[in-house]
Design a binder for this molecule. Structure first.
Ligand code: GDP
Ligand code: MG
Length: 443
């Protein structure tokens, strides 16, 4: 849904690049694009209006942070405001002081309620050392009970079921009693869904709520359904009063626009996200990451921030340039080493570049602090020509460098190999940059 936003932003950002200060006209122009993109994605009109107003206020005329271009600065503001729009960190789960804690899972059919019930139980045990009871309260869908029982078996956790002839309200009631008897501390009620919201279902859910007094009511929504997810969230929230939402299927081809709207329109915090069919494909919701995902720019902002903290503006620009055109020599490498050292392992920095996740072997590229002194010694033992053109370093030259630096030949081999690998990656990344339309480009 948000495919347009990153593109639009980047285009307008091109226009303000190089300016020392962002003018009101620049921001207006950019905000027009942001507004259009959000509206096109069916985000609530008022939400868009407020959002644009806040971003504009923060972006106009402000002193731009050192080492950020004005364009980057605006993107940063947009990202921060998007993050705020989706709420803070919200992954806490209620704990009742009179156990068991009851959690009701609600949502449309196929949204992922049953799967999420299993995932949540898994997390409760793994992370919080809790003993959950899974409750099969969907008596309508033929295989629903079986599905939950299968999950229970997989997790080695108890599943409470009374078959499909007892009402869901009664099932919930007896399940809670059962949990008390067995000293289980969480009751996760997997309720029925429908293809569309209907009164019968809502009434039933209200009755379950009335009787089981849940500590949490989690709406499970399919992120792929986009704006529709917002309407669903609104209805469920009006009828039941949600305490949180779980956004599923974010592993699919979606940019997470629903996340933005759900929180903004219904004021229901998103607590978790589902990232696959497996039971451990489940994570707390990180608004910041989602904002980056919506803007389609990887962890570039983290990179910008790191650069900001540790490298002065000039050096950062230089480094960025080197990374971009992959033109640096071993001498440059040495030059950058101390700067890079401050930013953390080189592999980590490269990983933050958009498209970098596609590069194999990045994890192997680690240059830790201890090695740096050795690397320095090795490079300093090279001739000028060798530093520019490492290809010429044959075995006799390697021996000479080894002697000069006091390091074993294998280490020189390794360094040259790493350097070669890195250059290769940078070249690939340069290509990835050009080929990847939605990747963030430094304005
Ligand atoms: P329910 O009708 O709401 O109980 O939905 P189910 O839990 O039965 O899930 C419906 C389908 O969505 C199943 O095939 C699940 O494996 C799948 N599913 C659930 N969550 C996710 C997710 O986070 N990612 C992906 N890719 N599939 C999911
Ligand atoms: Mg189900």
């Amino acid at each position: 849904a948000f495919e347009g936003l990153a593109d639009r932003l980047q285009k307008t950002l091109q226009r303000v690049r190089g300016k020392g200060k962002v003018t009101e006209a620049d921001v207006k122009e950019m905000m027009r694009e942001v507004r259009l993109a959000l509206l096109e994605a069916d985000v609530n009109f008022k939400v868009v209006k407020d959002f644009v107003k806040r971003v504009s206020e923060r972006a106009v005329g402000q002193e731009v942070l050192q080492s950020l271009t004005p364009g980057q600065h605006v993107v940063k503001v947009v990202q921060e405001e998007l993050t705020a729009l989706m709420g803070g960190e919200q992954s806490k789960i209620a704990v009742s002081n009179r156990p068991p804690t009851v959690i009701m899972m609600v949502g449309l059919q196929g949204a992922g309620k049953t799967t999420t019930t299993g995932k949540l139980a898994n997390l409760l045990r793994k992370k919080y050392n809790r003993k959950p009871l899974l409750v099969a309260a969907d008596i309508y869908r033929p295989a629903a009970i079986k599905q939950l029982q299968t999950l229970g078996k997989q997790l080695d956790m108890p599943v409470f079921s009374l078959g499909d002839q007892v009402s869901p309200v009664e099932i919930a009631k007896q399940a809670i009693q059962h949990a008390k008897d067995e000293h289980l501390d969480y009751v996760l009620i997997d309720t029925a869904g429908r293809l569309h919201i209907d009164e019968g279902l809502m009434e039933e859910l209200e009755q379950i709520k009335e009787l089981s007094k849940p500590d949490e009511i989690f709406l499970v929504v399919d992120a792929m359904t986009g704006q529709d997810a917002v309407n669903v969230a609104q209805s469920f929230n009006d009828q039941l009063g949600l305490t949180g939402a779980v956004l599923t299927k974010l592993d699919g081809d979606t940019r997470g626009g629903a996340a933005l709207s759900i929180r903004a329109v219904t004021n229901t915090p998103i607590k978790f996200v589902g990232l696959g069919e497996k039971l451990d494909a489940f994570e707390p919701f990180h608004p910041e990451r989602m904002a980056s995902r919506i803007l389609g720019m990887g962890d570039v902002l983290t990179l910008i921030e790191k650069a900001q903290e540790t490298v002065d503006q000039e050096k950062a620009k230089e480094l960025e340039q080197k990374l971009r055109n992959a033109s640096f020599t071993l001498d440059d490498f040495l030059d950058q080493l101390s700067q890079v050292k401050k930013m953390g392992p080189l592999g980590d920095i490269l990983k933050m570049m958009p498209g970098a996740n596609k590069i194999k072997g990045l994890n192997d590229l680690q240059i830790d602090d201890k090695q740096i002194a050795h690397v320095e010694a090795i490079i300093q033992s090279m001739t000028k020509q060798e530093k520019i053109q490492p290809d010429i370093i044959n075995s006799s030259r390697r021996k000479r460098i080894a002697k000069g630096s006091g390091r074993p030949v294998q280490e020189i081999n390794r360094l040259l190999k790493q350097f070669e690998e890195m250059k290769k990656m940078m070249k690939m990344m340069g290509g990835a940059q050009k080929g990847k339309k939605k990747g963030f480009k430094f304005p």
